[in-house]
Design a protein around this ligand. Structure first.
Ligand code: DHK
Length: 149
């Protein structure tokens, strides 16, 4: 059985403070909880789980996934609405991309309504809370198995 390429689970700015940051919007679970749930949902699939507050680092993580990864689950956080550079990086990825938001960004202030990442994402999941991450992992595995982009 050939070695499976990893699933990249990438998280953007301020998500390192998940659990303490605006819990009324983002909940009380931490990013460490989320990582555990994602690894459980991934089962035998290898997982690369990262968080950064740096746009450059997030783009470099996407570049690594372009060379090494099977699929990307990304919560770009605020970079979703600001980073053309991140969009350009994701466009180069050949596998499926799920854009994930803990909150329903479409029900929030208008600054959160126009996603640049959605212009290349295979699918978008928003509003399920942090507990939505493992569902996104299972969906990503299916998209990879189906060869979707
Ligand atoms: C997280 C953020 O940090 C915000 O900038 C986004 C997203 C929403 C979330 O719901 O996970 O807009």
């Amino acid at each position: 059985m050939t070695e499976r390429k990893p699933l990249y689970i990438l998280n953007g700015p301020n998500l390192n403070r998940l659990g303490r940051r605006e819990p009324e919007i983002y909940g009380h679970h931490t990013l460490a909880d989320v990582e555990l749930w994602c690894r459980e949902a991934a089962g035998e699939w290898p997982v690369i789980f990262r968080q950064t507050n740096s746009e450059e680092k997030l783009i470099e993580d996407v570049h690594e996934a372009i060379d090494e990864g099977a699929g990307i689950l990304i919560n770009p956080a605020a970079f979703t609405f600001t980073s053309l550079a991140l969009l350009d990086a994701l466009k180069m990825f050949k596998g499926p991309i799920i854009e994930f938001h803990i909150s329903n960004v479409h029900r929030r202030e208008s600054i959160y309504h126009k996603s640049l990442v959605s212009m290349t994402a295979t699918a978008v999941m928003a509003g399920l809370g942090a507990a939505g991450y493992p569902h996104a992992v299972r969906a990503l595995k299916l998209l990879v198995e189906e060869g979707k982009r």
